[in-house]
Structure formats: C-alpha cells, structure tokens
Design a protein around this ligand. Structure first.
Ligand SMILES: [Zn+2]
Length: 163
C-alpha cells in the first residue's frame, strides 16, 4: 500500500467546503456535517471521493459520491496512523555482507537515495514505504531523507557502477 491508498476505506466527516471543487461547493449546505467513507482518490490524491452514508433517495443532487478536498474532511478513525514518516520513498533492498539493507528509493527509480543499487522486495515488489526507524535502514539513506532530500533536493551523486 502506498501512503495515499491507506486513506481509502477511512471514515470521514465533511467539516468544511473551502477547498473542494466548485461542483461540490455548490452543495455545501447539504454536504457539511455528512459522514461517509473514502472510496478513492482523485487528481493524484488531492481530492477524496467520499461515498456518503444514507439512503439513495436522500443524497444531495441524487449523488452518493462526492469529490471533497482532504482539508474539508475530518478523518475519523485515525487513532492508529500508518507508520509512514517519509511519504514518497519506497523500500528497496540491497545485500551488504549477507544482510538485507533497506534503502529509500524514489518512486520510478531503482537506485537508493545513497546511490546503492537496490532490488524490490521478493514478494511485495515496491509496495512498502521506506521507514527510517527500522534497524535495517541504510544510514546514508536515513541521513538523506532527514536532511530534506524529499523536498526536491538532488540526492547525493551515485557512485559509478563497478566494472
Ligand atoms: Zn541507502
């Protein structure tokens, strides 16, 4: 699961209408205070598609699903937030002296932030996020993540591949 998809299935209440699309805002008075379930994400995760609770005949505009900005939603069951302190990096492995080391890997890349050649997880592929807190985390990757590499700074130059 990615950081974003973990929000799908969450319960939410519509608490405002400042950021949502105009087509949703037009129904603000009917929508604010309603509860529902996040069923999908729209526009690269900027918006939630919320399926409202209630019977079909009492849906605003006969629409059950509404595109709502996350800032207009109160996510309700977040007492167990997912352990994803560095959203945007997936987990890749390299073998260092027989031990699998966990590296932070940018989406669409197959090289760790530290420059190490990495491979996806044997069964899970690239689906897990990088966690700097794990004992197997690559120290160089942790340093780069924490120094703000995730804010668009270029990662350290990778070493040339050995010949
Ligand atoms: Zn690394």
């Amino acid at each position: 699961m990615t950081a974003f998809s973990s929000r799908i299935g969450r319960r939410a209440e519509i608490t405002g209408m400042l950021h949502s699309p105009a087509s949703t805002q037009a129904w603000a008075s009917c929508l604010i205070g309603r509860h529902g379930t996040v069923t999908a994400e729209l526009r690269n995760g900027i918006l939630a598609l919320l399926a409202l609770d209630g019977a079909a005949h009492e849906m605003p505009g006969n629409m059950k699903r509404w595109a709502v900005h996350w800032d207009d939603l109160l996510i309700q069951d977040d007492e167990t937030p997912p352990l994803q302190p560095c959203v945007g990096y997936r987990l890749g492995l390299s073998d260092r002296q027989g031990k699998a080391v966990q590296h932070a890997v940018r989406t669409e890349h197959e090289i760790g932030l530290c420059g190490a050649a990495v491979r996806p997880l044997p069964t899970l592929g690239w689906s897990l996020p990088f966690l700097p807190t794990t004992t197997r985390a690559c120290p160089a990757c942790v340093r780069l993540v924490e120094s703000g590499a995730e804010e668009g700074m270029a990662p350290a130059a990778p070493p040339l591949p050995s010949r």
